[in-house]
Design a protein around this ligand. Structure first.
Ligand SMILES: Cc1cc2nc3c(=O)[nH]c(=O)nc-3n(C[C@H](O)[C@H](O)[C@H](O)COP(=O)(O)OP(=O)(O)OC[C@H]3O[C@@H](n4cnc5c(N)ncnc54)[C@H](O)[C@@H]3O)c2cc1C
Ligand code: FES
Length: 375
């Protein structure tokens, strides 16, 4: 969601749509230039920028598309590179227990391989201006550091009067991704980047904080962090759901207005949750939906127990998507008419919903006149 000067929608750039190259294609084949073992269970994958450069914004993600066990699997990975600083594109992937893609990548991917990716997407972004004077306070947990890394590098280089404070929570010292890079950045941008580590299990000689982030700890942190509570302070968070809920509660207790708090969610909850079935039996019917995408119009019959995206994909219609759980907004479209019910509304802001935006991956038609425009 849009944070401060950040945007959560309207990702278009003046010259070309963010993420597309000058052919306008939504897909790219990217060559793996390097694989960096960041921690025991996290790697960074560095992709060579193709000759037709892919544009992106800090905070956006790439969708990696990989055939695993004969099936095409897509997952979103936030870019940790900055378009202002890094020549190449990079993502960092942390293993998830029994996870398909997050284990396949470190186990199988090699330097020199080519991976199919979808254009960069996502709205956890901002516009940078050298005249800005703002403070970003970031709360990250585990792999949630990736979009923050990109935003930090862009902010430090593009806005000389802005500062950034990062509160980074991890299981233990060996799980800290980019630990050395943050030390270098703190020295290089002295006084403008404050990194505070919090560990669940701290070693004996640990100088930082340990334990669960609680009210007392946050109050102390706010006393330590310069500029907290200033009007131009924006709060960003990305990490495990539990951590983000905790931070949201703590910030509310500190009277931080909701409109200053923005989060990026990684965890796909909806697929594991039982789907809400509050529809009266009489309304459980198949309805036609018209989808306009890439200059084409498709009419599909969507059964009550399927989403609009599922139905379109079943029929071989190539619509954009990534997380399939209502979090990433890769599948976002605007309902020009009709009513659409969303199983999960997390990915859209209130104003986006009011403007008629819907997510096809969690969307069901409630009327027979639904027309959705994507892109
Ligand atoms: C916008 C966006 C950006 C993302 N950026 C990153 C990133 O930069 N780095 C990164 O490592 N991941 C990122 N993710 C998460 C990533 O897309 C995958 O969900 C993750 O790698 C797990 O995929 P998998 O195929 O290994 O697991 P799956 O086979 O899909 O899932 C296995 C089980 O693990 C659970 N699970 C899924 N993700 C997590 C998680 N993060 N923590 C704990 N449990 C989980 C699932 O609910 C499921 O029960 C991002 C997700 C989104 C939506
Ligand atoms: S595919 Fe991610 S929100 Fe729909």
């Amino acid at each position: 969601m849009a944070f401060g000067l950040f945007k959560k929608k309207d990702q278009t750039q003046p010259a070309a749509k963010a993420g597309t190259d000058d052919t306008g294609s939504h897909y790219h084949d990217l060559k793996v230039k390097n694989i960096i073992q960041e921690t025991k269970d996290a790697i960074s994958i560095v992709f060579e920028q193709p000759s037709k450069k892919i544009s992106y914004k800090s905070g956006q993600f790439l969708t990696l598309i990989v055939p695993v066990a004969g099936k095409e699997v897509r997952r979103a990975y936030s870019l940790c590179s900055s378009p202002f600083v890094d020549t190449d594109l990079a993502v960092s992937v942390k293993r998830v227990e029994k996870g398909l893609m997050s284990n396949w990548l470190p186990d199988h991917l090699k330097v020199g391989d080519t991976l199919k990716v979808m254009e960069p997407m996502g709205q956890f972004t901002t516009e940078y201006s050298s005249g800005n004077k703002r403070h970003l306070i970031m709360f990250a947990g585990g792999s949630g550091i990736t979009p923050m890394m990109s935003i930090i590098k862009s902010l430090l280089t593009q806005e000389p009067d802005s500062i950034c404070s990062l509160i980074y929570c991890n299981r233990d010292i060996d799980s800290i991704i980019f630990k050395n890079q943050f030390e270098v950045l703190q020295t290089q941008y002295e006084g403008r980047l404050h990194v505070i580590h919090i560990l669940d299990n701290a070693p004996m000689n640990w100088q930082g904080l340990s334990g669960l982030l609680n009210k007392e700890m946050l109050t102390k942190l706010f006393e330590r962090i310069p500029g907290c509570g200033l009007e131009k302070t924006t709060y960003l968070m990305c990490g495990p759901e539990g951590m983000m809920k905790n931070v949201e509660t703590l910030l509310a207790e500190h009277q931080i207005p909701r409109e200053k708090i923005f989060k990026e969610s990684f965890v796909a909850g909806v697929l594991d949750k039982p789907r809400k079935d509050d529809q009266p039996a009489a309304e459980k019917k198949t309805r036609d939906v018209t989808i306009r995408y890439d200059g084409q119009e498709h009419v599909i019959a969507v059964p009550h127990n399927k989403t609009i995206l599922e139905t379109a994909l079943d029929q071989g219609i190539d619509l954009p998507y990534s997380c399939q759980s209502g979090l990433c907004t890769a599948c976002r479209g605007k309902a020009l008419s009709g009513q659409v019910k969303l199983d999960e509304e997390e990915g859209l802001s209130k104003s986006e919903r009011a403007e008629g935006y819907v997510l096809t991956c969690v969307g069901h038609p409630m009327t027979d006149d639904v027309v959705i425009e994507i892109g």
